[in-house]
Design a protein around this ligand. Sequence first.
Ligand code: OXD
Ligand code: MN
Length: 645
Amino acid sequence: MPEFHENIQTFVPIYEKKRNQSPTDFGLTNHIRGVIVTNGTTNDLIPEVKSFIEEAVLLCQPDDIHICDGSERENRLLLKKLQENGTILPLPKYENCWLARTNPRDVARVESKTFICTERKEDAVPTHKLFETGNLGNWISPDDMNMAIRLRFPNCMKGRTMYVIPYSMGPVGSPLSKIGIEITDSAYVVTSMRIMTRMGKPVLDSLRNNSEFVKCLHSVGSPANGVIEMESWPCDPERTIILHKPSENLIVSYGSGYGGNSLLGKKCFALRIGSTIAKREGWLAEHMLIMGITNPKGEKKYITAAFPSACGKTNLAMMTPTLPGYKIECVGDDIAWMKFDSEGVLRAINPENGFFGVAPGTSNSTNPIAMQSIFKNTIFTNVASTSDGGVYWEGMENEIDENIDITDWLGKKWNKNSGKPAAHPNSRFCTPASNCPIIDSAWEDPKGVPISAILFGGRRPAGVPLVYEANNWTHGVFIGACMRSEATAAAEHQGKVIMHDPFAMRPFFGYNFGHYLSHWLSMEKRGKVPKIFHVNWFRKGSDGKFMWPGYGENSRVLDWIVRRIDGEECYRDSAIGRIPTINGLNLNNLEYNVNISEIFSIPKDFWIEEIKNIQKYFHNQMSADDLPYEIFDQLNALSRRVEAL
Ligand code: OXD
Ligand code: MN
């Protein structure tokens, strides 16, 4: 329709003036606000979805509209278009696998540019001290959010197609699932959302029964000076902003095509907006893997685990246990939505449909199951490529032929001596969950799976034992609140500083962290709460080496946890919680020299310092109104127990 495209600028204002006239007066049958719909039909849209698209069309002025049906045909078409644009390259070594290289300035989540919009600041973030920068989220007022949109979005999709992605977080039709509509000008986002969510026509159909959905508007942006640095990966790093308005279930993201900023079902919906919906409706939306553990007696339990980004959730969720007789099955590797059922059992679903995992470090020795999952129907981003049409990243050194040439994530020839990593440290694979050979048979059960334990953990090189159990629910919530971990490449933080990351949710809270704590504490009144544990695979000895082998050997820790769920008395009390008795942990045939008393030691000086740090953090980040008194009490009680060491 070339004539139509040329006329679009004049057409829209005319249409505005003649609002009361029927669209067919303009000779168009399948259009929205005068912009032609080239795929899909407006007949499929409920009025609420149609008016959301209409608003976005008026604001962004795309050339045409594509309503995604989620079909194989559509996917093939978009992959072809992406390939023609140079956004993705085929990886002929594998089946339907692709490599995307981003603008090097668009490689991670941008926490400093991520905002929660509420009328009152205290609904979004705790009150932090004036001389400190709050690091439990950023607040923006409704006026400023509108301004931010008005400064960036007008005409930003000119010359581009606007894609409308209907998607479900969770199996379509499950009472625990929720629907989103993402509008985007990136075909990369569409193809990735097709992997990460249930997407397309069935979702539009299900909206006819329940018209509630989360509105998501995304544009890779159009820089103010008109200069797109990299045609194959347009973005606007200077003006990137990620906005969430919980009162309207609205997400607006501008300027970045990178996963966590652009696949809006994931962090923005399933965690930030999700946590606000969960608070309202009495459930939990958490940054947690979900896994099934079957013990040698054939008894199966499900657990969830919250570790910060790039701290091994995918590795744990797909672990190959070394302890004989154990079997691990994966339900999800990043997000859990948990709700009590009518019998008071806490049940979890994985709202996602795929894995957006960190590639470096993944190998046949660290995570063979992931390696069996990711070489089919996968989009890789910012990994290195090989001359035989495959991929490469740090950790795969023993898995490629010596004679293979490597091209780094920037597209330059690379060799071991270049002193730089071949793959970006936050490079990713985006893979359908159904590829995983150990995906749990109940992973799409609309009821969710029953949860027996919740694990918290992080990268703690010093002072924190391999595993300890909370004394009770309140103590467990306190342990979650005190979580700290070494920074990783998943966001824009530099270096390996130990950061506070309560519940592994610091970048993902949709509302005031103090209110979040009260909500967690209140769960005890709603049903049978699971046991809580803290794990740390990353403690180092005085020689600088890891004290614990990790990976499959972590099954020994899971074994202890499962026995504790069953009520076995294999624990002793310590100042920080319950730790295994001397022979409590099964170390049979462990081929790693573990100093068991060292790995469970609780150094008094370290813990005094740790408590001071936590006190300071709470004091600087939150007012007394925000922090529940139960957490204060727990901190004081811990301090007394540590002083007595
Ligand atoms: C992720 C993250 O992508 O946490 O899952 O950064
Ligand atoms: Mn994550």
